[in-house]
Design a protein around this ligand. Sequence first.
Ligand code: PGA
Ligand code: ZN
Length: 414
Amino acid sequence: SIDDAIIRKSFTGRGDQTVEVELILESGVRGLATAPAGASKGKHEVQFLPQDGVDAAIDMFRRWVATDLIGMDAVDQGGIDAKLEEVDGTPNFARIGGASAFATSLAAASAASNYLEMPLYKYLGGALASSFPYPVSNVIGGGKHSRNLGPDFQEFLVIPYGAPDIYSAVSTNLEIHKEVGKELAKEDPTFAGGKNDEGAWTAKISTIKALSILSTVVKKKAEEKGFAIGIGIDAAASGMWNGEKYEYRSEGKERSAEEHMEFIKQLVDEYNIVYFEDPLHEEDFDGFAELTAALRGKCLIVGDDLFVTNSSRLRMGIEKKAGNGIIIKVDQVGTLSRAFETVKLAKENGYTIVVSHRSGDTERELLAHVALGFQSPLIKTGIVGGERMAKLNELIRMWEAEGKAAHMSKSPFK
Ligand code: PGA
Ligand code: ZN
């Protein structure tokens, strides 16, 4: 059982304050987790920190959470997560902060798996958890993540969904990232090798230019490798929506919801885009439904800010047939139990899950275990930089540990 619960201030890779929780069991076994932080957060996510900031989070945890955790069994994930909700008393962790809830929930799972002497992904996913996710990697950055000075969509992604193993999947994405960097230097004389928080290149180029550079590099790479590589986009369209229209700042123009949707359909056809995250703003369930129907069989429509990993939001989506993919960020809902409920609901209703990092992530590798444990066919965790590589290198270790049982997931794309 839990003997001590420690919280400390810590920092994300972006340099923002966060919290880290360490649980120490009677046996001396420990579990540790650090909360990541988003920049283009969904409106319906849990509250990251209490109103008074990180010191209030620390104070709250010591006063209310730690005392209640002591004596609880680390393998009682459901009980610990329920306790967090009970102590907090709000629906969105406004009192103790989602960061503390997340770090505690993950630290408990980590301590339990250490205690049972099994890797976390086996603890979360069972003995048969050995299907590896394809990395969805952010190559060119725009939108809010690039101060609205680059392309209008937030992320231009690659997915090597024909790769035979995790090592070739990761190296393919790294090669693409490098080659796109060289192309950007040719295209934009002011490009100085700048990268954003997620390690994606940022350059003053248009949305179309970004897509055409990426698709040229990807086509060549797919031929060279002899397997399929797809292009994806995260528009993070809530950041473009001004309440009436979508702002395309790089073109100095606006598009109505209808024009925006037509534009997206055109891009999907022209550039063979297989994955589109948050193509529309976070309240437009009807628009998501329309786009999902129009692009079914061609392109996965993924909700991030739309669903915020929340099972009630996903239920609304299922009812309206909005989207057929869902981003899973445990920190968006605060606990593993809540995220797991959403994952289960998603799978039962044919939604593809995509376990994902945040733009302000940590150097810790646990996300790789969550992806495998939830049996996610895709993991979105960037491609360069320590916070991103921590997860990808961990997947490579896990592949080795799995030996003959290791295999890539069934691809959600054709
Ligand atoms: P974040 O956004 O900055 O909130 O982590 C990442 C995303 O939109 O996928
Ligand atoms: Zn997103």
